[in-house]
Design a protein around this ligand. Structure first.
Ligand code: ADP
Ligand code: MG
Length: 702
């Protein structure tokens, strides 16, 4: 790809602004833009004209089919293709696409998880066009091209069955409440949008080796594997020069992403061997979510055609870093003002202080919910390990803002500020420049990074919508509370200062600028009364606590039944996921590991007998046989114990919480008893005898 063609390639498979402007009648274009930009209600009378333009554009690109593209609670996207063809009387076909087909569809789609929101016998569900995220033509390696129309997915009874609908509602809540506050400062922007820039971490592995690992293929992570002699201790993969094979992959990936109008910007090697990161430029939280869903799909496809496999799992390997998805979150107006920009004088910027206070209150008040929003089966392996923030929610503000907050709490307002330092290396030929006013903190789950917060707890497999919906909603509620208090104030400025002071004082316990990875912080957080929820199963109930229901209902984001459904789906997913892991473990032990060990043991016994015949004592062989036999017996009995637990688990599925809890406490917790003897055996037997690729091969022979 030559650089001159990138602008031409960019967005060429997206029905974006330029195409719409070119192909739609002006009035239709303006009406659509009003919905996209200002949140105006969608004018259904324009649907036919948009559909025709969209179809013509897609057909020119080679599309024969279209699909409503949606995001059910499986956390991946769904599509069901329909061709554009319509039969004519003379036995031919026309390529047609109506406004009605664009706006709504009614896929059966009854097998998606609904958390009890609908019975399979009452399976009607609707998808509805979301014009605020651009349609695109998906180009597959086979050459098949499909027009994908982003849609929301709801049940016949009107409840959302997807991740998009609550996200869109939460964006509306942010818009409404932020505008109330801005109005108090004399500002009336058309719309306030929450934005997110998700940094996506992933691993690459050689495809042939991946195919030999049942655990990687079926669960996304290694369930067995002794550590390689070298890990990440030298940090020599971090930002290292990118190997050619990986660069070819990354270039291929960027071309694909640019085609779909995804602003792929930054790429680098990450800390763990085989680990990389890609970050796009931020956009509104809806588009960013859709783009990230597409990105995760494209990562896998592009890896596959480059002889690689892409692992998006939060913890593919034990003993080295896992992968996260840092959600850089902010709110901005259509006038271009970033509400989290502290400007040059945060100490005097009352508007910034008010938004900051609302955010601090929101995360302190709803720490458990925010923790739940960063839950996935794989993320439990990361949180609290030495690679990701602990499961304790706290906010890092940095030196400058922390000092402003301190002054406000102490004196009611801030006067002094910490000035940004000037970089002076002492070398005359190096440039001098002004540095940022604050350092970074990479151990905080919710860190202020200049003009946005970085929610660093989120897992790499999670849809951006999950944490973002929660973040939007809790901040909207805090802004609503502030607006309720301040709208009637006689002296707004005084009242606002007092509100900021009180809010920051009440919630200062959640601010922590130290090392979030340290044991001292875990103890300090406990003294401060901050929750530390270690596993997903214990976090899920917070989605449907009375407090959460009141919050989501007040903000119009989710109803009680919708929240209960989500909790049910999460329990169910957890149980099923751990069940698959357990079954893969058992399968690998029985079909691969034990047979290989027994053959190796048999061969050693034969050798020992041969040596004994020549009147030499086979001491080493005998010792090894004894060790191997002992560990093999341990492995066999641990595997049988795991099987027994699975049998018991099958009886518990009537109570979803108890079912998931059993899977965590009993099934998941017994994985190490199976893994340990297997990994020890791997370290004893010869390389040729081990039936699956080792960590060394997976991590270093890509
Ligand atoms: P870092 O150095 O922490 O990686 P970057 O500036 O590269 O910071 O940003 C990381 C991500 O944050 C990128 O996706 C970037 O586009 C995004 N980002 C920057 N500003 C904002 C903002 N105002 N709102 C949301 N995301 C933002
Ligand atoms: Mg970052």
């Amino acid at each position: 790809m030559s650089t001159s063609t990138v602008p031409k390639l960019f967005g060429s498979y997206t029905f974006g602004d330029a195409v719409m402007k070119e192909r739609l009648p002006k009035a239709v274009y303006n009406s659509l833009r009003a919905t996209i930009d200002e949140g105006a209600p969608l004018d259904l009378s324009i649907a036919d004209e948009v559909a025709t333009a969209m179809k013509e554009w897609a057909v020119e690109l080679g599309a024969t089919h279209y699909t409503h593209w949606f995001q059910p609670l499986t956390n991946i996207t769904a599509e069901k293709h329909d061709s554009f063809i319509n039969g004519t009387e003379d036995g031919k076909v026309l390529m047609e696409f109506s406004g009605k087909e664009l706006i709504r569809a009614e896929p059966d789609a009854s097998s998606f998880p609904s958390g009890g929101l609908r019975d399979t016998c009452a399976a009607r569900g609707y998808t509805a066009w979301d014009c605020t995220s651009p349609a695109f033509v998906k180009d597959t390696p086979s050459g098949t091209k499909v027009l994908c129309i982003p849609t929301a997915f709801t049940s016949y009874t009107g409840e959302s069955l997807d991740n998009k609908t609550p996200l869109l509602r939460s964006m509306d809540a942010v818009d409404k409440q932020a505008k109330r506050l801005l109005k108090l400062f004399g500002k009336t922007p058309m719309r306030v949008k929450s934005s997110v820039g998700p940094e996506q971490e992933y691993f690459l592995v050689d495809k042939a080796k991946y195919k030999k690992r049942e655990d990687l293929e079926l669960t996304g992570r290694t369930l067995f594997g002794a550590p390689a002699p070298k890990g990440q201790e030298l940090a020599d993969n971090y930002f290292s020069s990118i190997e050619d094979k990986i660069l070819v992959f990354m270039n291929d990936l960027n071309d694909e992403l640019w085609k779909y109008g995804i602003l792929a910007k930054t790429q680098h090697n990450e800390v763990a061997p085989g680990q990389c990161e890609i970050a796009p430029i931020f956009s509104d939280t809806n588009t960013a979510t859709d783009n990230n869903q597409l990105l995760m799909e494209i990562l896998k496809k592009v890896a596959d055609r480059n002889g690689l496999a892409c692992l998006i799992h939060e913890k593919p390997y034990a003993g080295i870093n896992g992968s996260g998805k840092h959600n850089n979150w902010s709110m901005g107006t259509t006038d271009g003002e970033n509400l989290l920009d502290p400007t040059d004088s945060p100490e005097k910027n009352l508007q910034f202080q008010l938004f900051l206070a609302c955010i601090i209150e929101a995360i302190d008040e709803n720490a458990e919910l925010l923790r739940a929003s960063a839950s996935s089966c794989g993320n439990d392996h990361r949180l609290g390990a030495n690679e990701a923030p602990p499961a304790i929610i706290s906010a890092y503000l940095g030196e400058q803002l922390a000092s402003v907050v301190e002054q406000i709490i102490e004196k009611g307002e801030a006067e002094a500020k910490v000035f940004a330092k000037v970089y002076d290396s002492g070398v005359t030929t190096l440039p001098k420049f002004t540095m940022d006013a604050t350092d970074r903190n990479r151990t905080s789950p919710f860190a202020f990074t200049g003009n946005k917060f970085e929610f660093r707890m989120v897992g790499s497999t999670q849809p951006v919508s999950q944490p973002t919906t929660v973040l939007n909603t809790i901040v909207a509620e805090a802004m609503c509370k502030a607006a309720d208090t301040l709208e009637g104030a006689e002296n707004f400025e005084e009242a606002c200062k007092e509100y900021v002071r009180k809010t920051l004082t009440d919630h200062q316990r959640v601010i922590f600028n130290g090392n979030g990875y340290s044991q001292e912080w875990v103890e300090e957080a406990e003294r401060r009364g901050l929750p530390n929820i270690k596993c997903m199963v214990d976090a899920i109930p917070y989605y449907k606590s009375e407090k959460s229901i009141a919050l989501f209902e007040k903000m119009g984001v989710m109803s009680k039944v919708e929240l209960e459904a989500r909790a049910a789906v999460m329990y169910e997913n957890y149980a099923k996921y751990i069940n698959i892991e357990a079954r893969v473990m058992i399968d690998m032990v029985k079909k691969q590991i034990l047979p290989a060990i027994l053959s190796y043991e048999g061969a050693l016994a034969k050798e020992a007998a041969d040596i004994a015949r020549s009147s030499i004592e086979p001491t080493v062989q005998k010792e090894m046989i004894a060790t191997i036999a002992g560990k093999a017996a341990e492995l066999k009995s641990a595997t049988e114990a795991l099987e027994a637990k699975l049998t018991k688990a099958a009886d518990l599925s009537d109570d979803l919480h108890a079912w998931a809890k059993y899977y965590h406490d009993e099934v998941f917790m017994s994985f190490p008893s199976v893994r340990k003897p297997a990994d020890e055996l791997e370290e004893i037997v010869s390389k040729d005898a081990w039936p699956i690729p080792t960590y060394r091969e997976l991590l270093f022979e890509i």
